[in-house]
Write a protein that binds this ligand. Structure first.
Ligand code: FAD
Length: 430
């Protein structure tokens, strides 16, 4: 059987990993390197032993609950690189940074009654086993009913605004419950987060290497049509060239899929709303925040979070300090998508100067990464929209951020599970 996998992100690599050796597999990836949303920059640095280091284009860490990803890292012999470190968080509002790691710190930032109500909400969220009924209720409604308006306005509203912008009131309580449950690996001093020293680049490289050993090809190209004849996949068209195949696994967003296949013919519901991300990574001379890795922001700036990576992983690994500044955006009309790279960086720099006066002088270099389809918007009713691994078209399979494994939050673990489950669906149907 000849299988084409569209997309060399983690879902595509994971599906290939499980099918390689059995089938003739070709992964077609439009970018020069595999990795998709989890890919990295190679940065030249005379301050490191090798003269180069890798750092994710978008900030990445993992959670203790990411079991399949952790097992895969072990299986690939990379377990010693995985470390669990304190991921400190803070909250910028009213012109001040409030650390938010310990109960005491939270009490300093919020009114006492809000802290009591927030604690009650967290306990209640953690006790809910079946999130299905909460797919139809908005997160806003559930927070208001459970903890009241003050907790919503003071604590959740800025977080929801920074994550979902104009869609904040549409997001489901099922998503919120999932988030609260995932983020409960919190000791007395704060949350423990996982990271691979040297970057998740090593994982992607090891997967790609194993695939090549097993005869799988990874080629650069953009698929612009999936050919379906009499209800069965017959091939794909890549950069004007037709490649015959018996099976296609597509890992691209539903929005991109509808451009390469007739969705009426396929019966695939491509009506999942996605949002984009514009993320600038700054290489810095000096550290910026005292001891905060992740700072959520409520203020008059264009970004929703500042992530000082080298307050999580020591700057000595890179020979410099690194900070991500990021925002989601809800449609392609956003300035974050329309303006040039220089203009977006300048807009972020203006905001950073308000938070950290003199920031500009600290900057050695910056790089911007932005994409349109970086995360599904988990609106009410989303649970019913997740796409199946096996479609009605013979030979067409799907895996990615839109899969059930990535609900209620997309992650590297979710895309690996989606790839594995998709491979299982392939195996089960033949
Ligand atoms: C800002 C941000 C922060 C994140 N932080 C974390 C985190 O901290 N922890 C975590 O676990 N996860 C995080 N994630 C999520 C994680 O990166 C993704 O869930 C995962 O990498 C998605 O993998 P995927 O293969 O499903 O999709 P993608 O990575 O999107 O892969 C799809 C691939 O298809 C390719 N493609 C698209 N169209 C075509 C075409 N027509 N022809 C050929 N190729 C095509 C794309 O180039 C891409 O490589 C983050 C994501 C973002 C954007």
């Amino acid at each position: 059987m000849k299988t084409i996998i569209i997309g060399g992100g983690l879902a595509g690599l994971a599906a290939a990993y499980r099918l390689a050796g059995r089938d003739e597999i070709t992964i077609i990836e439009k970018e020069p390197e595999p990795g998709g949303m989890a890919s990295s920059y190679a940065v030249n640095s005379s301050n490191t032993k090798t003269g180069t280091y890798h750092i994710e284009k978008y900030y990445h860490h993992i959670f203790a609950s990411d079991m399949e990803l952790i097992s895969l890292i072990e299986e690939l012999g990379l377990g010693s690189r995985l470390e669990w470190l304190r991921g400190t968080t803070g909250y910028f509002f009213n012109g001040k940074i409030y650390p938010m790691n310990t109960p005491l710190e939270i009490m300093r930032a919020l009114p006492l009654l809000d802290v009591v109500r927030l604690t009650w909400l967290v306990l209640k969220a953690k006790s809910i086993k079946d999130r299905t009924p909460f797919d139809e209720i908005t997160a806003k409604q559930w927070i208001l009913d459970t903890a009241g308006e003050s907790v919503y306005n003071n604590f959740f509203l800025p977080l929801l605004s920074s994550k979902f912008g104009d869609n904040k009131e549409k997001v489901s309580a099922a998503w919120l419950l999932g988030r609260v449950q995932i983020r409960s690996n919190r000791g007395a001093k704060g949350e423990r987060l996982g990271y691979m020293r040297g970057g998740f680049y090593a994982l992607i490289e090891a997967m790609a290497e194993k695939l090549k050993e097993k005869g799988c090809k990874i080629i650069k190209g953009s698929v612009y049509r999936i050919d379906v004849v009499n209800g069965a996949v017959k091939g794909v068209v890549v950069d004007g060239k037709r490649i015959d195949c018996d099976r296609v696994i597509s890992t691209v967003s539903p929005h991109s899929l509808e451009k390469i296949i007739d969705s009426k013919l396929s019966g695939i519901d491509t009506d999942i709303n996605y949002q984009g991300t514009a993320c600038v990574l700054f290489g810095l001379r000096e550290k910026v925040m005292d001891d905060i890795y992740w700072l959520n922001i409520k203020g008059d700036v264009l970004f929703g979070a500042v992530i000082e990576h080298t307050n999580f992983i020591p700057g000595s690994d890179y020979g410099e300090h690194l900070m991500y500044v990021t925002s989601y955006f809800q449609n392609p009309e956003s300035v974050l998508w329309k303006k040039s790279n220089d203009e977006v960086a300048e807009l972020y720099l203006k905001g950073l100067e308000k938070l950290f006066p003199g920031f500009r002088k600290n900057v050695k270099w910056w790089r911007l990464r932005r994409d349109l389809d970086t995360a599904p918007v988990y609106e009410t009713g989303y649970g019913k929209k997740v796409l199946p691994y096996k479609t009605k078209i013979k030979g067409l399979y799907l895996a990615g951020m839109f899969s059930e494994a990535n609900y209620p939050e997309r992650s590297m673990n979710g895309s690996i599970v989606a790839g594995f489950k998709c491979a299982e669906a392939v195996n089960n149907s033949e």
